[in-house]
Write a protein that binds this ligand. Structure first.
Ligand SMILES: [Mg+2]
Length: 119
């Protein structure tokens, strides 16, 4: 059971992710539509896990990851990626992302990733 912050500029992606996570027994305690808002919400809400979409306006997921890690080096961050984002993925690994999930979300993969993180 984890308290999760979802950061994604796509309302549809946030809804789908929230539905899955809620179904798995997690609690979505906040949603943000870009990295800048996401970082602020992370500081205020202190979630157990934050999901960061990579491509977002204002501040993308990789930059937000850096700022969140700066604030909390133990932050558990799941990056949300789309196809063709290998460079960003490498950057996120270096910056300390814990896991990656790819859009479109697959229930089984998402479930496993969160089970692994929440032990
Ligand atoms: Mg996006």
């Amino acid at each position: 059971m984890a308290k999760v912050l979802i950061v994604d500029d796509s309302k549809t992606s946030r809804r789908i992710l929230k539905n899955f996570l809620t179904q798995f027994g997690h609690e979505v305690i906040g949603e943000a539509e870009n990295g800048e808002i996401g970082v602020e919400m992370y500081k205020n809400l202190k979630p157990d896990v934050v999901t960061l979409d990579i491509t977002m306006p204002v501040m993308d997921g990789v930059e937000a990851l850096g700022k969140i890690k700066e604030f909390d080096k133990d932050a558990k961050v799941v990056m949300v990626t789309a196809a063709g984002q290998r460079d960003h993925v490498m950057g996120a690994i270096k910056a300390g992302a814990l896991e990656f999930v790819t859009k479109p979300f697959e229930e089984n993969i998402l479930k496993k990733v969160f089970e692994k993180i929440c032990v």
